[in-house]
Ligand binder design. Structure first.
Ligand code: FAD
Length: 568
């Protein structure tokens, strides 16, 4: 069964709950992007994903990417599908019209990438970094580099990579050793090896634009000494640059995406941004990529759920409690199976609401005429992106595994395709910054430095959307208040025990996600017409998901109390 994008699941959230048409049409570039246009774009996107991308998923996994003598071939059908993808203008959806883009809202691109990942994660890895590369070059590239590369990247005619990781430098990019030497003509020579580079080599596009983190001579050690260099596979005169793919990795999943070992052999490149500002430039790309990885998580979970739901509605085993008649019950009628399905649905729709709100906030941060509104939106994206990345990818893996359980032994064999989602989902917890690094980013870099004031402001904006006279909304506000109290507790305990915030960062991130999910479900249930469609998943959210909030709060509180007890 191939993944089926369902605009009817998305539009009630986007339009009915988040009021996206009004919000977007208030932004000058999107004055024409009314509800009908948004629905039309999503209908076309869903059609493309279902007809062109989804059918290649299974064979892509079976055949995988192939390396031979430095060249990489993607599975049959991928090159044609990618050509159709860029020629239809999908990579350019949210790029600016002056760069050859369609100038549509980022939130629509978010839905597109969620569906693409659900339908074919391996294929989606190829264009997945394009928008980040576009933003990075647009904001940090010289006029000359932009003239040569921005349009091709915006349109997707050329694909881009993000070359950060080295064998000894993974989470700790300050250890990157790849060398760059400035030349008299303004170019640089790059020498070094990168590992795990997604799409480092392939046959989808003529040229590949590598964005490489590297170090100039005499650069200080650590992250401050890093620069960013653009090194294309083909040089402007059409000759081959000294960039080589030495091999591709054999992986647990994601077989259709080549994960490459790349060697830069005195390759030619050009600086993007100032020397020593490489990480700042790269962060533009990484932030965009992190939201995309969160969307991969949501998409993969939905793909696993669709398969499990359909299987549970056909397979019969034993009698469900209270069932009458002689026939065995559908397994969907067994409370244990219903609980699995409804719980994953609660995660999918709740996380979608938070992710789409983040997509909308990206649009506000880029285009709102008022600087204060732009700043508040930026604050939301900064706090919520690591939360979404870590929480949605963890749920993708654990939830896909729960969906596999619905198939019993039939899930463990390849026939039904559910095991591919479990294998593919696992890496999303690792790349784009491991989930541990996301949790530290949230608590240590974004929350504690201003004693939680920024996060509190972000949550306050949500509080304004709630109605305290409704019990569910009052509960949401209580959890926000509890979060503020725990933040203060951690900040105080950290003074005596500096390791503590690192130890509880993961619990803290889960707490923020669960508090946001609580807000999301309160909004979904309050939306006219939405409640009846979501009754089972709303109930599952309250019964099986939300109690984790109290459990995590207890863990954090006890850890802080233990510090207090040991210092008295
Ligand atoms: C399929 C795939 C595709 C990838 N694509 C790309 C790509 O396109 N470009 C690219 O540059 N890289 C890519 N990567 C690399 C990926 O981003 C790294 O694997 C990841 O950043 C982790 O680095 P590492 O593997 O060296 O693990 P390490 O950094 O060695 O981490 C090992 C463990 O230690 C933990 N850890 C490390 N430091 C800390 C800390 N300070 N606090 C808490 N825990 C810590 C980690 O969370 C992890 O659990 C890809 C990887 C894979 C598997």
């Amino acid at each position: 069964m191939n993944y089926q994008p369902r605009p009817d699941d998305i539009l009630p959230l986007l339009h009915g709950v988040l009021d996206a048409p009004a919000l977007l049409q208030a932004l000058p570039p999107f004055a024409e992007a009314d509800a009908a246009l948004q629905a039309q774009v999503l209908a076309e996107a869903g059609k493309f994903v279902a007809e062109v991308v989804a059918p290649l998923n299974r064979d892509g996994d079976e055949t995988g990417a192939r390396w031979q003598a430095g060249a990489v071939t993607l599975p049959p059908g991928f090159a044609d599908a990618y050509r159709a993808f860029w020629q239809a203008g999908w990579p350019a959806l949210s790029a600016a019209p002056q760069d050859g883009g369609q100038g549509l809202p980022a939130v629509l691109e978010a839905v597109l990438y969620e569906w693409l990942s659900a339908a074919n994660h391996g294929f989606t890895m190829a264009p997945g970094l394009l928008h980040g590369a576009y933003e990075c070059l647009k904001h940090h590239g010289s006029q000359e580099l932009k003239a040569r590369y921005l349009g091709k990247i915006a349109s997707g005619e050329w694909l881009a990579t993000m070359c950060l990781t080295e064998a000894h430098a993974g989470s700790d990019l300050g250890r990157v050793r790849t060398r760059a030497a400035l030349q008299a003509d303004g170019s640089v020579r790059l020498a070094g090896s990168k590992i795990f580079i997604s799409g480092g080599e392939h046959d989808l596009t003529d040229n590949i634009v590598h964005l490489v983190l590297c170090r100039l001579p005499d650069a200080p050690p650590g992250p401050k000494g890093l620069s960013l260099v653009l090194a294309p596979k083909l040089l402007p005169d059409g000759t081959r640059n000294a960039v080589h793919c030495e091999r591709i990795e054999e992986k647990m999943g994601l077989h259709a995406s080549p994960t490459c070992v790349m060697r830069f052999d005195e390759a030619t490149g050009w600086l993007v941004g100032q020397p020593g500002q490489g990480l700042a430039a790269m962060f533009v790309m990484m932030n965009s990529a992190r939201l995309h990885v969160a969307l991969q998580g949501i998409g993969l979970l939905d793909a696993a759920w669709q398969k499990a739901r359909s299987y549970a509605d056909e397979r019969r085993q034993m009698k469900a409690p209270g069932a009458t008649g002689s026939e065995a019950s559908l397994i969907a009628e067994h409370p244990a199976v219903a609980r699995i399905l409804d719980t994953q649905r609660a995660w999918i729709d709740g996380a979608r609401l938070i992710a789409y709100r983040t997509g909308l906030q990206l649009d506000v941060a880029r285009h709102h005429p008022d600087a204060k509104a732009r700043e508040a939106a930026q604050q939301w994206c900064s706090c919520v992106t690591p939360v979404l990345k870590a929480a949605c990818t963890q749920q993708a893996f654990e939830g896909a595994s729960a969906c596999l359980q619905v198939f019993g032994g039939h899930g463990y064999v390849r026939e039904w395709g559910i095991e591919q989602h479990v294998r593919d989902a696992r890496v999303t917890m690792i790349y784009e910054g491991t989930n541990e690094i996301q949790a530290i980013d949230l608590l240590l870099r974004k929350v504690l430095p201003d004693a939680g004031a920024g996060l509190a402001r972000t949550l306050l904006a949500l509080r304004d959307e709630l109605d305290a006279s409704r019990e569910a909304d009052a509960d949401v506000q209580r959890r926000f208040a509890q979060l503020r109290y725990l933040t203060t507790h951690i900040a105080m305990a950290a003074q005596a025990a500096p390791r503590l915030p690192y130890e509880v960062a993961d619990d803290y991130l889960r707490l923020v996600m669960l508090a946001l999910l609580g807000w999301a479900w309160a909004r979904i249930e309050a939306a006219p017409g939405a409640a009846s469609n979501h009754a089972a998943s709303a109930a599952a959210f309250r019964r099986w998901v939300l109690p984790e909030f109290e459990m995590r709060a207890g863990i954090v509180k006890k850890a802080c109390e233990a510090v207090a007890a040991s210092t008295h």
